[in-house]
Design a protein around this ligand. Structure first.
Ligand SMILES: CSC[C@H]1O[C@H](OP(=O)(O)O)[C@H](O)[C@@H]1O
Length: 358
């Protein structure tokens, strides 16, 4: 079986009657799965980034709803839908930027509304959560092919690509979005090398992307984010390939902090910029990226590295963990429904009105 078909690492596993999450805080030194039997703990796991990555957050939250539904029906059988709604809100409050969280919760709520209040809900909801999980993996494989086709068309531009943060199996239901494109392109012999930046302050690139690519034998070099311009200038980088946490109706993209930097640098160096995201990441209710809530996280993420203080004790810190790349800096948005070149409102509306453009 080719590497693009192999399951790869699993960040999220439903096992018997509970959820297992690979603790991404411990990687790459330790591969530890934590068990979850209640939705409040799943919400904390999302906030604390045990599980992270826009699609992965949605998948984990969907399983969290299953856990909450089982508990709600057991504890308050007569009013379980009300109790469950409160638990779903706790999940919704876990992190603000990745719209996949709210997309998954809305999908589960739509099913809950139709359920017979006298019947235990968990089996019906588990079926939906599994569908959400499996459809994410299928979408990633489809996007992998679409994105690799685009890289195939630009072979003259270079044989290496650059990526940011982690958009692999760890950030999704499996296989990955931007890393899914990179895996597929490598499998097809379209690229020889990946430049992965460390992605401070949480080091998703250093700790997760480098780990995912090395375990599959995909050539990767790790660089500090400050090296991006030099690499684009001196290495044969054809594409910057990144994921997304929320894409608005005009094609603006919220993604890990530092993505906007890479888009500006890519334009300056004539490097193409590809965003890879399932349509569960698209929020047509927001007209443009300025409306996207940008999560700010704690000071400890910046002033400490692995518990070692690297800045003055009382230094002021500003830690936005996402930024917004305007649509006019994006060459293409790859989704499972098709590819949008030079995104505009009209093209995004067309994408979302078709089940599949291709
Ligand atoms: C496949 S999208 C992953 C997306 O999520 C990451 O953020 P975080 O690690 O804080 O959850 C980053 O924005 C990635 O591009």
């Amino acid at each position: 079986m080719s590497s693009t078909e192999e399951k790869g690492v699993e960040a999220i596993i439903w096992r018997d009657d509970h959820l297992l999450l690979l603790d991404q805080r411990a990687l790459p030194e330790e591969e530890v799965y934590l068990s979850y039997h209640d939705s409040g703990a799943v919400a904390s796991a999302i906030t604390d980034m045990v599980v992270r990555g826009a699609p992965a957050i949605g998948v984990a939250a969907a399983y969290g709803v299953v856990l909450a539904a089982r508990e709600s029906f057991k504890v308050t059988p007569g009013t379980w839908k009300t109790t469950l709604a409160n638990q779903i809100q706790v999940l919704a409050d876990a992190r603000p930027t990745a719209v996949n969280l709210f997309w998954a919760l809305d999908k589960m709520k739509g099913v809950i509304d139709k359920l017979d209040p006298e019947t235990p809900p968990q089996d019906a909801l588990l079926k939906i959560a599994i569908e959400i999980h499996e459809s994410d993996v299928a979408a990633n494989r489809t996007m992998g092919e679409f994105g690799a086709d685009l890289i195939a068309e630009t072979q003259d531009a270079g044989r290496s690509v650059m990526t940011h943060c982690n958009t692999g199996a760890l950030a999704t239901g499996g296989f990955g979005t931007a890393l899914g494109v990179i895996r597929t392109a490598f499998e097809k012999g379209l690229i020889d090398h990946v430049h992965a930046d460390e992605t401070r302050p949480w080091f998703q690139g250093a700790r997760l992307t480098a780990w995912e690519l090395m375990r599959e034998g995909i050539p990767v070099s790790l660089n500090v984010e400050g090296a991006a311009a030099h690499i684009m200038k001196t290495q044969d980088v054809s594409w910057v390939v990144v994921g997304a946490d929320r894409i608005t109706a005009n094609g603006d993209v919220a993604n890990k902090i530092g993505t906007y930097n890479l888009a500006v640098l890519a334009l300056h160096h004539g490097v193409r910029f590809m965003v890879v995201a399932p349509t569960s990441t698209i929020d047509m209710s927001l007209e443009h990226g300025d409306d996207i809530p940008i999560e700010e996280r704690g000071r400890e993420e910046i002033v400490n590295v692995k518990g070692h203080q690297i800045a003055p004790e009382k230094v002021e810190v500003f830690n936005p963990v996402f930024d917004v790349t305007p649509a006019d800096l994006i060459d293409v948005i790859v989704t499972e429904r098709g590819v949008v070149e030079r995104p505009t409102v009209e093209k995004m509306k067309l994408l979302m009105s078709n089940d599949r453009l291709h």
